[in-house]
Design a protein around this ligand. Structure first.
Ligand code: PXP
Length: 237
């Protein structure tokens, strides 16, 4: 079975849009786990646009939760990860102006700095994953710096259509195979939807998918009817 990690960032996006205390992403944990998710992913961004420090602190304090902390390799955030010791973390490139994580990490160009980050987080018991494009040099570099896991970036596959999408799927399949052969654990994620996820699940090396935006978006419509009915009930007439 492939593990589903649910990324709960965008529950916090809705909360931050109004500066309210609801919806609380921490309340989503029990719902996701009861529905079959095996882990929870949250990205503490440098700009704190969605997940806040108190969210990640409360998530890290949930007994037995397999928390995957997504993060840029930034000193402040690394120190938080070292202190909270989530089960896992996924290192991603982070730019302030981007809408979401736009490309994979360039492990090749930042090999020695990232090797240091992997060593620091591994030393406190965090399983480190590198979010990379399915490029052989990046896969090899991730293994060389001691990362036990890679998360293959499926964003291009998700954005493409037709032949380009088939080509990207083949690249992901080749990358996963190569990673498996050199002993890496393979995860994947970004831009996955109910339509484009099954083909990714057919790649045998993939052990985990991290999915956020589409699950939260689908969840709105799957729950909207009940929310309207509840308001009609409290309105009384
Ligand atoms: N994996 C990584 C490394 C990501 O950066 C993201 C986006 O936060 C995801 C998975 C989930 O992507 P999406 O929200 O498009 O499902």
């Amino acid at each position: 079975m492939i593990n589903l990690g649910v990324n709960i960032d965008h529950i916090a996006t809705i909360r931050q849009a109004r500066g309210t205390t609801y919806p609380d992403p921490v309340d989503a944990v029990a719902v996701c786990l009861a529905a079959g998710a095996g882990s929870i992913t949250a990205h503490l961004r440098e700009d704190r646009r969605h997940i806040q420090d108190h969210d990640i602190e409360r998530l890290a304090a949930i007994p037995g939760l397999h928390l995957n902390m997504e993060m840029g390799a930034n000193e402040e955030i690394i120190a938080i990860c070292e202190r909270l010791k989530p089960a896992a973390c996924c290192l991603v490139p982070e730019k302030r102006e981007e809408l979401t994580t736009e490309g994979g990490l360039d492990v090749v160009s930042h090999q020695s700095r990232l090797a240091d980050v992997v060593a620091r987080l591994t030393a406190v018991g965090v399983r480190v994953s590198m979010f990379i494009d399915p490029v052989p040099a990046q896969i090899r570099a991730s293994q060389e710096i001691g990362a036990p896991v890679i998360e293959l970036h499926t964003g291009h596959y998700a954005n493409y259509k037709g032949e380009q999408q088939v080509h990207e799927l083949n690249t992901l399949r080749d990358g996963a195979k190569m990673a498996g052969e050199i002993g890496l654990i393979v995860h994947a994620g970004h831009g996955l939807t109910i339509e484009n996820t099954p083909a990714i699940c057919a790649i045998p090396e993939i052990e985990e998918l991290n999915i956020g935006h589409a699950i939260i978006a689908d969840g709105l419509f799957k729950g909207l009817s009940q929310a309207v009915m509840d308001f009609k009930t409290v309105m009384g007439r």
